[in-house]
Design a protein around this ligand. Sequence first.
Ligand code: VG1
Ligand code: CO
Length: 543
Amino acid sequence: MTIVTIPTQPFAGQQPGTSGLRKKVVVFQQPHYLENFVQALFDSLEGAAGQTLVLGGDGRFHNRAAVQTILRMAAAKGFGRVLVGRGGILSTPAVSCVIRKHRAYGGIVLSASHNPGGPEGDFGIKYNVGNGGPAPEKVTEAVHARTKELRSYRISDAAAPDFDRPGTATIEQTAVEVIDPVADYAALMREVFDFDAIRGLFARGFRVRCDAMSAVGGPYAKAILEGELGAPAGTVVNAEPLPDFGDLHPDPNPVNAEDLIAHMAAADAPDFGCATDGDADRNMIVGRNFPVAPSDSLALLAAHATVVPRYAKGLAGIARSMPTSTAADRVAQALGIPCFETPTGWKFFGNLLDAGRATLCGEESYGTGSDHVREKDGLWAILFWLNILAVRGGSVESLVRAHWAQYGRNYYSRHDYEAVDSAAANALMAELRAQLPGLAGQRLNERRVALADDFAYTDPVDGSTASRQGVRVIFEDGSRIVYRLSGTGTEGATLRVYLEMYEADPARQDVPTQTALAPLITAAGALARIEQHTGRATPSVVT
Ligand code: VG1
Ligand code: CO
């Protein structure tokens, strides 16, 4: 066994986006492509020799090949130990949990999350730091800078050890320990939630349909819901992680999880429907014929948090990404706790969680989490809902309606224009930015603009800054339009338009969302000249 140095050339574009480096599988399959990125990452880590690295992924196509390569490179880097999920499997929240529990130096998540998988789909790699959370921008920027100058990488010439069976093997000086992907995570969930209460719910015949979308959430949901909490076998569907996700698009929203939506609309619908995404950090909650908006879910979890043992003493604060609706802000205000507004992406929550300033975090994109790990966590959110239902009673719909009656309803929708021409999308954003200085005070389709800016963030803990995080147009009545370009796509550009309107009157809280938001949708299209720029009259996905 020898560590060899392989000459290489830099690849352009190895720049991590909102959540790691994501590219088409064929891009990652190019010789040296993954190796270059991993070497650039390892070069950016100081003091990693002898330390522990956590490694796993969502099981998508190329996962196994990438695990083998990274094990051989981790040995060359001189890590003392690598904890790898059996079969190369670890969900994103499980990686976070394992890093924290075993005091690892960091971890690598192999996933392109909600992006489609398979040989024609996407692959991705993300690095998490010692607190268990996504690497902050100063780390990802250093890695990207390093990819541009890299001329060689180091790798063991030995074969990677078998990672399909529990046990420990050695490669060079590095111990490779194959761990049960679920055990540490399940133990943490037992500490957070009132499992007895949830068991009682199932014992009373409460019916759940949990759709793991043939992605990595399946083994976790099966072990916990069916294995520990007494849900009947078959509660978790699409439970086996498949390399191509069985051709499902594991993005849990009403468009991509249409099968779950159909089951929840049927005459004999279960009481509770839920789904998780490719790497199991996102969640969708659906009542009988009643999908819950993710921003509402965050607000509702916050409002009921004290029923969960871990949060029994209350929350220190809530944090939400800027485009996420302000429903959580209203709960924070009622509770007398701060609500932080951060840029899109979980990496911006880490400092607030570490400093104990925020307990719950959430994004409009079906992501919710807390200080139990440093990632969003799909199954955690599902268990949180079940814990609330077990203690408070009622249905998903009755809980949400009671919430709206108390706090008002924030009508909310996101319109995505996927795979548009990058130059056209950039031109649209540039034109919007140019209009910003003159917008305040103007009327757009009956509403007067109170504030228009390009969101910038200063981290209240370490003072780091992030600019150009999305154009927001806020009206005098609190309604908002937000525009930004996705940082996770792999084809052209994706324009996201976020729309929000507040309605305090319970008599007007039952309008179909797109109808309620229609005047804002028209204003959003006109202001950004979306059709003129993109050639699209309608969005490709509405959630
Ligand atoms: C999207 C979501 C964002 C989320 C990110 C990663 O980013 O909007 O809220 O944090 O995906 O989620 P973007 O830049 O495409 O809008 V996941 O589940 O892909 O790790
Ligand atoms: Co995800």
